[in-house]
Design a protein around this ligand. Structure first.
Ligand code: ZN
Length: 112
């Protein structure tokens, strides 16, 4: 099934332009137990309904962003840059996507 997503930078594009980064999940605290780390790495809620997800504009601006999508209908409720919805990304640096997962990984600017 094909549908469209609206990149916060580029506008509406076919979903094939994007890479899926998985559902947004809370990072464990700085020194997690093995159980917390295991849960974070391997368990997903896999919601049948509206869930918040990471997407990567692979064929466009190459930015990570957040979308809320109904997984039953593929209706996209909204898309936003991570900083607009309070998602800090890996390490709380405000850039990048879901912990470096995904085929392309986050594009971070080089340290100044
Ligand atoms: Zn884009």
């Amino acid at each position: 099934m094909s549908y469209v997503l609206s990149c916060p930078n580029c506008g509406v594009r076919e979903v094939t332009d994007f890479g899926f980064g998985g559902e947004v999940s809370a990072r464990p605290k700085s020194r997690p137990t093995f159980r917390e780390l295991n849960t974070y790495n391997y368990f997903r809620r896999n919601v049948a309904g509206v869930q918040r997800e990471w997407w990567f504009h692979r064929s466009g601006c190459r930015a990570w962003f957040i979308a809320e999508r109904n997984t039953l209908t593929n209706e996209v409720l909204f898309t936003a840059r991570p900083e607009e919805v309070g998602e800090a990304g890996p390490g709380g640096r405000g850039q990048g996507g879901p912990d470096g997962r995904g085929e392309d990984g986050p594009d971070r600017p080089a340290a100044a």
